[in-house]
Design a protein around this ligand. Structure first.
Ligand code: LP5
Ligand code: MN
Length: 263
């Protein structure tokens, strides 16, 4: 980040023109060490993504991100996105809890637009609330405190001004602490809070949500004040283990359809 660019928290757009034929992905957790997942992403960008008019990434594209100036390893990913945007596809990027520091430089190199979280958009004809989803995990109080800190513009400015080795050390400590704490947290507090979802749907005046983060891919039905609403949760990607997984959400005749990779 240079001194004239806004910190990532202030570099987002709060308006989104209607999405006509989008594909949604999230939680890829790309990293140099996650070679097979990285390869699957490149194949997705070559083979699958070009079928859609808009590519929407709802957070955690990267395993972790400590600033756009630390990005040389991400160059091939930027090129992949750039190819899509240069060919006329609209590319949107939302921050996740692993990459809230994706900034203006990354977005402009990729030809992508950073989106506010949450944001309402018309998606294949239906008003829809889009989010990474972590904001609705309200029972995870320790996490929400951490979230407020890393999403704060002043915190981001001072963190990004630190030397690279210090940022790497802090991010590694945060990852370790997070893994230790997660191992003792109850599963349900790491899911979205139903009341938070109801409130978000009501406030936005919509009946459909799409989000990632929880790694519980499915269409979850919501009973909202006696009427039906839908919460679509995107799959995370992991091609490193014995049982590879990943996928995306597309729209067929206006209806969402989850696609899981079978290769
Ligand atoms: O990431 P995931 O899915 O495994 O777990 C999340 C929550 N954890 C996090 C933390 C991230 O993994 C850390 C990665 C950050 C990289 C970006 C760098 C940005 C700057 C870093 C500045 C410190 O998001 C986890 C949730 C879980 O999702 C489910 O929702 O439970 O939340 C936690 O575990 C948070 C802990 O409860 C509190 C963590 C405190 C970390 C404090 C960091 C201070 C570091 C100081 C070190 C000197
Ligand atoms: Mn996440």
């Amino acid at each position: 980040m240079n001194l004239v660019d806004p910190p990532p928290a202030l570099a987002v757009s709060g308006v989104l023109a209607p999405l006509i034929n989008p594909v949604f992905i999230s939680d890829l957790h790309l990293a140099v060490e996650r070679r097979t997942t990285l390869q699957r992403f490149f194949r997705f960008m070559q083979v699958d993504a070009p079928r859609y008019r808009e590519l929407v990434i709802l957070g955690d594209l990267f395993e972790f991100w400590i600033g756009d100036d630390a990005a040389p390893a991400a160059k091939p990913v930027i090129s992949g996105l750039r190819q899509a945007s240069a060919s006329g596809q609209r590319v949107f990027l939302m921050h996740g809890n692993r990459d809230p520091l994706l900034g203006h430089d990354f977005a402009s190199a990729a030809g992508a637009t950073l989106l506010a979280d949450p944001i309402v958009a018309e998606v294949a004809g239906t008003a829809t609330l889009l989010s990474h989803g972590d904001v609705w995990c309200t029972r995870d109080v320790a996490y929400q405190q951490f979230r407020s800190m890393v999403r704060d513009a002043e915190f981001q400015r001072s963190f990004l001004a630190k030397p690279l080795d210090q940022r790497i050390a802090i991010a590694k400590s945060a990852r370790m602490l997070s893994d230790t704490e997660k191992s003792i947290k109850a599963m349900d507090i790491m899911d979205v809070t139903p009341d938070a979802i109801d409130t978000a749907l009501r406030d936005a005046g919509v009946r459909r949500i799409i989000h990632g983060h929880t790694h519980r891919p499915a269409m979850h039905e919501v009973d909202l004040d006696g009427a039906r609403a839908e919460r679509w949760v995107l799959p995370d990607w992991d091609f490193e283990g014995a049982v590879p997984r990943g996928g995306y959400l597309e729209f067929v005749e206006g209806r969402p359809r989850m696609v899981f990779f079978d290769d």
